[in-house]
Design a protein around this ligand. Structure first.
Ligand code: GLN
Length: 230
């Protein structure tokens, strides 16, 4: 069975949580995945089938990226492989909207940073999601998957939420979409506010799905990668 290679930018922030979420989603979909931790441009050499830009602190990510010009390589890779699915969460969404120069933005949005308040004003709220995500019926047994040099603990599996069920949105010093232009479209709403967008194979969220047990967005990523590889 072929192996999907999921690259995760390991610059800073909630990267290990994303790795575990991918492994978890792969079990739900019974897909084989390999997590490719991206630390230097060398890590992209064998190619990836999907990419995650985690949340955290985008300025810190830009700074930690400088040594190896990792973000530069990642955005070159995205532009050269427009079919690979990309999930950017929070700071990851900020980077997709404003990559380091000379790269042009990957999603046609304007974002303002830290617009929901400070760290202590972080909150959870139900988000309405409108994205084509496959549900699953898991019957197999769980196989431990290595992430780099370690094997994550298997987290308890959550029953598949129905597709229309609200998503548990975790907002931490989140940015706000202040302008969204075609072909970018809204896929997640917090009341009247857009908190997630999709443009072709790129999904950018201002919240953190990896900090919940709901794997819908990670299933979306893997499903897209799997279709792309067929
Ligand atoms: N405030 C952060 C930034 O501007 C993003 C917050 C997050 O990723 N949770 O980069």
């Amino acid at each position: 069975m072929s192996m999907l290679r999921v690259g995760i930018a390991m610059l800073q922030g909630a990267r290990h949580e994303h790795a575990e979420a991918v492994v978890n989603a792969a079990h739900q979909l019974e897909l084989n995945v390999e997590i490719v931790p991206l630390r230097t441009p060398h890590d992209l050499m064998d190619g990836i089938d999907a990419l995650i830009l985690p949340g955290g602190e985008s300025t810190t990510m830009r700074i930690t990226s400088r040594h190896y010009a990792l973000l530069d390589e990642i955005f070159t890779y995205i532009h050269e492989h427009p079919h690979i699915p990309v999930l950017g969460t929070c700071a990851g969404a900020i980077l997709l909207a404003a990559p380091p120069e000379p790269h042009t933005r990957c999603i046609d949005v304007e974002l303002t940073r830290n617009t929901w308040g400070r760290q202590r004003e972080s909150f959870e709220a139900v988000v309405d999601v409108n994205l084509d995500i496959e549900s699953f019926e898991f019957e197999g047994s769980y196989r431990p998957v290595k992430i780099g040099s370690y094997t994550p603990l298997m987290m308890e599996q959550q029953a598949a939420p129905t597709l229309n069920e609200g998503f548990p949105g975790v907002f931490i010093r989140a940015p706000r979409f202040c302008e969204i232009s075609e072909p970018c479209r809204s896929i997640a709403m917090l009341e009247n506010e857009v908190v997630g967008v999709q443009q072709n194979n790129i999904v950018a969220l201002t919240f953190h799905p990896e900090l919940t047990k709901d794997r819908r967005f990670h299933r979306w990523l893997l499903t897209q990668a799997n279709v792309g590889g067929q």
